[in-house]
Design a binder for this molecule. Sequence first.
Ligand SMILES: NC(=O)c1ccc[n+]([C@@H]2O[C@H](COP(=O)([O-])OP(=O)(O)OC[C@H]3O[C@@H](n4cnc5c(N)ncnc54)[C@H](OP(=O)(O)O)[C@@H]3O)[C@@H](O)[C@H]2O)c1
Length: 382
Amino acid sequence: MFSRLGWQLRPRSAQRVFRRMASNRIRAQSAVYTETGEPSQVLRVVEHEVPNADELGDTQAVVRMLASPINPSDLNQIEGAYPVRAPFSTRITGELSAVGGNEAVGEVLYAGAGSGLQIGSWVIPQRAGEFGTWSTHVVVDDAQVASVPLEWREGLEPLAVASVKVNPSTAYRLLRDFSALGPNDCVVQNGANSGVGRAVIQMARLMGVRTVNVVRERPDFGELAAELSGLGADLVVQDRELGDPAVRERIGALGPVRLGLNCVGGRATLLMTKLLAKGATLVTYGGMSRQPVTLPTSLLVFRDIRACGFWMNRWYLSQPRERRDEMWRDILGMARRGQFQTQPMARVEWPGASRVSAEEAQRAVRDAVSWSTGKRAFVFSA
Ligand SMILES: NC(=O)c1ccc[n+]([C@@H]2O[C@H](COP(=O)([O-])OP(=O)(O)OC[C@H]3O[C@@H](n4cnc5c(N)ncnc54)[C@H](OP(=O)(O)O)[C@@H]3O)[C@@H](O)[C@H]2O)c1
């Protein structure tokens, strides 16, 4: 933590920032909702003033957002269908409201006298559901954010750092925590073109593990299959092909399928589970089809398939910070070395209150949360 003495010892440039902020109030824009519901209906963008440095609590800081992805769980949270609720408070609008989004990276602009956060450092939220990230600026407490050391993120785009906490971290754990995978082993996954799926492909390849990747039937399958193969996928198939004996034979030739990763549910998951080797594990981490996971008794009894779930949030809450840091350092290291690509995301530019009106920003936000295909992320500019 920064003592008062520590604050006085900050670099000159930091002190300049402090003074500038103390005299000019920043106008922020935030995407808020006062009741849960369809995100494109309930989200509205409001403008509000950010406290000056001398108005902050001792361990508070003002963070300028750089980038924040739009994840399926963020939308579920706004719909009221996610176990982690956003904190509702009267702080921004005067009425009870919450800010959307949970994953981001931001830059510390100025901080309270007792804050341990360095001005100019990049920070990411520690946990989901503590403060919303679809906001040009946020006021955080030291304990709500984790600093990203410069050497971990040097040369990386804000979006690569902003999105480390959810999808790549989930893939990282899925490949390490459920099965002792060796070089001739195989993983089968559905939703293989999702953020998690793409991360699984790349990380499995680095581990020498083969991947069978299932995607939904689509007209541009050839193009997508080539793209996923470029990331390191050993085989890419459409869900309807899983019952085809020739396809099953090709999968069998790759090696024993020790791990199944499911983010879809329904029939596609049932067919995929039939590919698993004796004693293999099926991990469900998402339910994009909103269909239940149904498994035949014979797979559980005779093939000894283990079925379980994984939730990244639970992992973060149960693990010491050192393990989390080790994982983030490792993933960002892969990205810096060019071994790992962040999933493609359409950038939704959000230039802030000095450049666009709240109405314009609201149109962009509502449009961004209502797209039905592809991943999007807010990218903020100063
Ligand atoms: N448990 C955890 O801790 C954890 C962590 C991260 C993510 N997740 C979950 O993992 C899933 C993927 O997240 P993401 O951020 O990686 O997703 P994403 O990049 O937004 O991709 C969404 C994926 O879901 C597929 N999809 C969409 N609607 C579908 C449907 N009705 N039936 C079958 N597939 C459908 C998409 O396929 P198309 O291209 O065919 O539309 C795409 O592969 C989500 O359920 C998310 O909540 C869970």
